[in-house]
Each structure stands twice: as structure tokens, then as C-alpha cells.
Design a protein around this ligand. Sequence first.
Ligand code: BEZ
Length: 213
Amino acid sequence: MATIRLGDEAPNFTAQSSEGTINFHEWLGDSWGILFSHPADYTPVCTTELGTVAKYKSEFDKRNVKVVALSVDGLESHKGWIKDINETQHTTVNFPIIADEDHKVSELYDMIHPNANDKLTVRSVFVVGPDKKVKLIIVYPASTGRNFDELLRVIDSLQLTAYYKVATPANWENGDDCVVVPSIATADIPGIFPKGFKEVKPYLRMTPQPNLN
Ligand code: BEZ
């Protein structure tokens, strides 16, 4: 297992999931993707996380993002657990959950951190672009459930900054002003960002979010 870094190609794999066999790259197609791991089935925090992701499906769809979860339990366990998630979280799980019993995918993505637990995956998140490159990695311990509003926020930033020469400042939310990347000379900004800009300092130039009307 090699360390996966930002910009690396997301390792491909074929795995069983609650929605059939998945070849990761084929399943992604031209979409963005999120691969996220869970310590185990039938655990309380994971149950709330998967219910939340199911409720956010339309937000992920709007952003052309496919979501796939993973835990090291088997398919039968996943099927029973999905019933519990649907019942307790008042939703319908509408994305695949990989059954990684042999740890093939978790090892490929370094999702098992032995100093935390030598058998279960931690809460890893990998965001993959349509070019199959890794755009974001976040790792949480088992005891901390993820904030999926934050995940939507970073996807908005990743997609915006992939297509425009801007970066997003601290606590940026979709619609806020953006930072013009340092590689653009101030004299060139009006031609690139016609909505205008504010030079706070020569190295800190702000412009309205460029992909909004
Ligand atoms: C949970 O998903 O609830 C959980 C899993 C492992 C340790 C602590 C919490």
C-alpha cells in the first residue's frame, strides 16, 4: 500500500456493494465521486452519517457527485443495516455501500489506522474528480461523525477552483467573494474577472464569485 496524495490517480478496484459489483472508475464515469469509509455496520454514529448522506442525495446530484460508502462488514450485514438506517433516520439509502470483508479497498486507500484500531476502518473521505485524480482527503476518528454540510462546501470550492483562477478564503461559502490566484498579475484581472476586483494588498485581491450571474 502506497500513501495516496492529492493529485494522485485514485486507485481503481472492483468490489461487491449493496447495489451490485462496482468497478470504481467505470462507476464514476464523468462524475465527481466521494468514497468514504465507516468503522463498522450497526454502529450508532455511522447510522446517522449514512442517513444524512441519503437525505443529501439531491445536493450531491446537483453537483454531479456520486457517493459510495465502505465498511469491512459483508453484504448480508449491509442489507440488514440499511433497513435499520432507513427506519431510524427516516430515509432511503440511495447509494452503494461496499462490503470490504477482505480489506482489499481499505488497504488500497489506507483506511485502517492500526494505532486507532487494527481491524476497522477510520472515517476517511476521498473526493475524486472526473479525471480520476484525488482532490481532497479528510480523516476523522471513529468517535467523530462527519459534517456533510462541510463536505458540500468543499466540493463547491473544489469545483469552482478547478474551473476558474480563484481560491476560496477562510470560511468561504458558495456566493461569497473569492481570492484571485497569485499567478494572475493585477493588471490582467479586469480582462479575466469582468465583475471587478478589490485590491486589499498587492497579494490579496478579491473578486465576486465568477460562476454566478
Ligand atoms: C459509531 O459509528 O457509532 C462508532 C464506531 C466505532 C467507535 C465509536 C463509534
